[in-house]
Design a protein around this ligand. Structure first.
Ligand code: SF4
Ligand code: SF4
Ligand code: SF4
Length: 287
C-alpha cells in the first residue's frame, strides 16, 4: 500500500506522468520560439531550477593522470555524496521504447531527498555500485548529464529540491531532456552548460563536409562554414558527435583532472546545496 506521506509516486505513476508530460515538453520547446509564448514558457526552463551539465563519459580522453578522464570525474563526484539512489529503469525509454537496450540503465539521484523515492523505482546503493553503473552506461555509449531540474523533483514529489541532483545517462533516441532541442527558442539556449575546462574542436584538414555531425548535433551547434564544419557557442560538450564523424575529425580536450574536478564541484555548489563530503569535513575542521 502506497503511503504518500512517506514516499512519492511509484514506478507506474511516474511512467504515466512522463507519458502525459511528453507533449507539453515537446510543444513547450517548439513554442518557446514564438513571440509572447516564449515569455510564458521561459520561466519553466530557466536557471537555477533548470540546468544540465553534460559529461561525455563514453569518450576516452587520455591524460597523464587518467585514461578515461570524463568517467573519472563522474566517479569522483559520486564518491562525494552520502545518498545515491539507483533507478532500475530509464523512465524515458520506459515510455518511448521498452525494447530499447538501454531500458535498464536508469538515472542516479543524489542527496537526502532520495529517501522519499518509492522503492519500486530502485534502491539506495553504495559508491562502488554507483560507479559500476556509470561504467556500464559509458560502455553503452551514453552521455552523463548532471541535472538540477524542477520536473524531476515534481515527478518524484521530492521536497528539498536544493539538496537534490540527478545524474542521467542519455542518448538521442529517447531522452526527454535532449529531444526537440533543435526546435527550441533562444530562451532555452542556456539550459545546458558546458563543463568548464572541456572543449570540442574540428580539425578542418580532416573534415570532408559530409554534414553527419550537423545532422547529429541535438542542439544544432555545428554548421559548415567555408570548407569545414565549425562548432559554435551552443555546444554542450556532450561529445556525441565525436564518434559519429567518419573521418575522426572531431575531438574533445580537457584541462587536467584536478582543475576539472574542482570546477565540477563548483558547478554543483552553484546549482544546488547538495551536501558534499569535502565540504562537510572542512566545516568539521573549522573552530
Ligand atoms: S533523462 Fe536520460 S536517463 Fe533519465 S530517464 Fe530520461 S533518457 Fe533516461
Ligand atoms: S562529420 Fe566529420 S567529416 Fe563530416 S562534416 Fe562533421 S567534422 Fe566534417
Ligand atoms: S557539437 Fe557535438 S559535443 Fe557539442 S553539443 Fe553538438 S553533438 Fe554535443
Amino acid at each position: 500500500m502506497w503511503n504518500p506521506f512517506k514516499y512519492g509516486p511509484n514506478l507506474k505513476l511516474v511512467r504515466l506522468q512522463v507519458k502525459l508530460s511528453w507533449p507539453f515538453i515537446t510543444y513547450g520547446k517548439k513554442l518557446s520560439a514564438v513571440p509572447i509564448l516564449k515569455w510564458i514558457i521561459y520561466p519553466f526552463f530557466k536557471r537555477p531550477h533548470n540546468e544540465l551539465t553534460s559529461i561525455p563519459i563514453h569518450v576516452n580522453i587520455e591524460s597523464p593522470e587518467s585514461v578515461a578522464l570524463p568517467q573519472r570525474l563522474v566517479e569522483r563526484l559520486i564518491a562525494q555524496v552520502d545518498e545515491v539512489f539507483l533507478m532500475d529503469e530509464c523512465h524515458c525509454a520506459g515510455v518511448k521504447n521498452r525494447m530499447s537496450p538501454r531500458l535498464n540503465t536508469g538515472c542516479l539521484a543524489f542527496g537526502p531527498s532520495t529517501s522519499r523515492i518509492h522503492p519500486s523505482h530502485g534502491r539506495l546503493v553504495d559508491t562502488a555500485e554507483a560507479v559500476r553503473h556509470v561504467q556500464k552506461a559509458a560502455a553503452e555509449g551514453l552521455v552523463a548529464n548532471i541535472a538540477h531540474v524542477w520536473i524531476d523533483a515534481l515527478a518524484f514529489q521530492l521536497t528539498q529540491f536544493n539538496r537534490l541532483l540527478f545524474m542521467c545517462f542519455c542518448d538521442d533516441d529517447q531522452c526527454l531532456y535532449r529531444s526537440f532541442m533543435k526546435s527550441r527558442g533562444p530562451s532555452l539556449d542556456k539550459t545546458y552548460k558546458k563543463l568548464p575546462g572541456l572543449s570540442v574542436q574540428v580539425d578542418p584538414s580532416n573534415c570532408e563536409m559530409c554534414v553527419t555531425c550537423v545532422n547529429y548535433c541535438f542542439v544544432s551547434a555545428i554548421e559548415i562554414q567555408g570548407d569545414a564544419a565549425v562548432i559554435g557557442a551552443d555546444c554542450t560538450g556532450c561529445g556525441l558527435c565525436v564518434g559519429h564523424c567518419p573521418e575522426g575529425a572531431i575531438s574533445l580536450t580537457m584541462e587536467n583532472e584536478e582543475e576539472m574536478f574542482q570546477q565540477l564541484l563548483d558547478r554543483v555548489r552553484e546549482i544546488s546545496n547538495l551536501p558534499l563530503r569535502v565540504d562537510q569535513s572542512l566545516s568539521q575542521k573549522l573552530p
